[in-house]
Design a protein around this ligand. Sequence first.
Ligand code: ADP
Length: 277
Amino acid sequence: SKTPRSSPPLRSSDTSRGPRRELLVESTSLAKKFGDHEVIKDISFAVEKGSVTVVIGPSGSGKTTLLRGLNALERPDSGVVRIGDVSVDFATVHASKRGRLSGSDRELIRRYQARSGMVFQSHNLFPHRTALQNVTEGPIVVQGQSASEARDNARDLLAKVGLADHVDKYPSQLSGGQQQRVGIARALALEPDLLLFDEPTSALDPELVGGVLDVIRDLAAEGRTMVLVTHEIRFARDVADQVLFIDGGVVVERGTPARVIDQPEVERTRTFLHRLL
Ligand code: ADP
């Protein structure tokens, strides 16, 4: 890749918007149908390295499909997405009737998927494995890390999400919020360039939401690049560098939270936010 490895140095004379940062993600005309239903259409946006993008929009507007598309969990029909040094033109990726990809496409999608890590609405932890084992599974199986290295990393990550005292507990012995934090540690363990969060707090009891949002806030402060789908508008306003408002499978408005959340230009955005705030 021709992209320079480091961004230009910060200069105190940069007063307005600061130096332009490197783009980690570029999505161009992403589209996905289920049957005849075009769930996302022509979605284009970019994500700067180290920034937080929050995706908001009504239920059924295509937010989850977009996020799953970015991770190729649900393969888009067309569009090009680049994440770091891997770019996929989904229109050229075809599966056989039995859903199998050709060897070269399979390898491309595998490399592409390794660039991002997904945190789901409900954590999907293995119930018969401890918090620690849930976090070490990927690095050992997918990345071939040694068990001792994976365990050391997993302990550090579980401590980072506030679970140092719970590493040997099973999911059923943890609260929903703690389970979700294990899910975050598990995603971090694979060292993705991009973290994707699909409504990470919407399945939680209200009193557990804050702890999970605090962890996400810490990750943002560390400079992790993230794309989050959430209905927590106040949180979005706090952490987002960029907000995408999606309705009917298209990006209706995009900009800073001050622009999209505080001063929406489009009636649909205003109506949606009015119901949430
Ligand atoms: P959101 O996350 O904004 O609520 P989704 O991306 O989950 O929206 O869904 C958008 C639309 O796509 C909905 O109408 C949903 O029913 C449809 N949809 C999502 N996944 C599938 C699927 N696997 N098969 C068929 N339809 C789907």
